[in-house]
Ligand binder design. Sequence first.
Ligand code: AMP
Length: 130
Amino acid sequence: MATIFSKIVAGEIPCYKVAETEHCFAFLDINPVVRGHVLCIPKKEVDYIFDLDDGLFTELHLFAKRVAKGLKKVCPCIKVGEAVVGIDVPHVHIHLIPLNNPGDLNFAHHVEMKPEELSALAAEIAAAIE
Ligand code: AMP
């Protein structure tokens, strides 16, 4: 069965998209731990990041780097942090999280954002990605 992220890539369920290439896709996390929490995924459905072939592994990380640079312009932070968990959704995803202190990388914490706020933020990040 297709993962929820494959359904997002296919346009079968909505997302707050920030970037797309031939093989990769980025969108806002629906339950952000901080404002600007982005997920970068390969379009190909692979569960475990270290099972990606070297080419796609590299491509995904270069894509995440490009997204992170745009994200940092829009969400003021000291650094954009990167995390890979993958316990809930069995489809490779890199979490990009704007960090202003070490505690910001806390998956037990969430910020409330309205759909219109997420939508506006996604458009802003998309426009900032070169
Ligand atoms: P994990 O697999 O543990 O790395 O966590 C999966 C992440 O995907 C969580 O941060 C969820 O909030 C996020 N997530 C799950 N469904 C969606 C969705 N439909 N759109 C955006 N983010 C999602």
